[in-house]
Ligand binder design. Sequence first.
Ligand code: SAM
Length: 313
Amino acid sequence: MPYSEQELVSSKTKRTAATYPARLLAEMLERKTFETPTTRHHLIVGNSRKMSEVADNSVQLVVTSPPYPMIELWDDLFQQQGCQSFSEMHNLLAEVWKECHRVLVDGGIACINIGDALRKDNGGLRLFPNHSRITEHCENIGFTSLPFILWKKPTTRPNAFLGSGFLPPNAYVTQDCEFILIFRKGPPRSFPPKDFTRYASQYTKAERDAWFTQIWNVPGARQETSALERRNAAFPEEISRRLIRMFSIIGETVVDPFLGTGTTMKVAKELYRSSVGYEIDSRLVPTITERLESLPTNDDTASLKITRRDPLL
Ligand SMILES: C[S@@+](CC[C@H](N)C(=O)[O-])C[C@H]1O[C@@H](n2cnc3c(N)ncnc32)[C@H](O)[C@@H]1O
């Protein structure tokens, strides 16, 4: 046990301070009463339909954002994998959700960021409700649905309104929210009383009040200059940071089956969690590597391991 009973008790008396968990952890690392967890990071350049590198019941959290069905940006990627229709695209994603269910421990959580799509149809526009299809698939796989988060994105376009002037009835409600769907595998996890790593991972009251609410106002990711990164629709680090702190404990493992530019992996490393990421597009490897290397290195922290697979596997 890396913490003494006395430290645990005194930590409880200080709990109201806004900086409490971060300060406690920093103090414990300094005084060497808490061993720095050795975290490992594994990038698999390949298709996450099969996550054979990850054992059954071995990870505690999934944080991800898949390619969005029926959003033009991702048409080619779905077509390359033999999917034309909305249902075919979701059947493909469901294979990945099934793998996520397999690798999660009982009580493990999956957080899936997804937006609905609006596309021309029958002389007007039609909504393709990606969030409800994913929920349906995940429930069929055996996940339990939990209350979701609506990520309200600041409107970047001044003329986002789709309609003519102020005349009813043919205008469309602006899509300024995305979903963060949350699922659990089986019943909630249980812990021994006073589990210190769990206590060292706690959030503050201010964080709890802001995070465990259904609407999040988080600014979008700062778009990098390269077309590759823009094309990739990265989510902001703050989204990963909140979800990892809400649903995992220091030293545990987070998986992102659609890693993109590596946001989840970078934040996991920063928060002393191990990570596994799958990315089918090998052109993103330098970006992911640079982001991980931008963090201060720690002798106890293993460097990034990269496995390259045949993308057709
Ligand atoms: C919406 S982006 C993820 C963005 C990421 N959250 C970030 O912050 O950069 C989806 C990513 O999934 C990748 N992808 C799509 N299908 C995949 C598959 N079957 N296996 C692995 N990666 C896949 C795409 O190449 C793309 O980089």
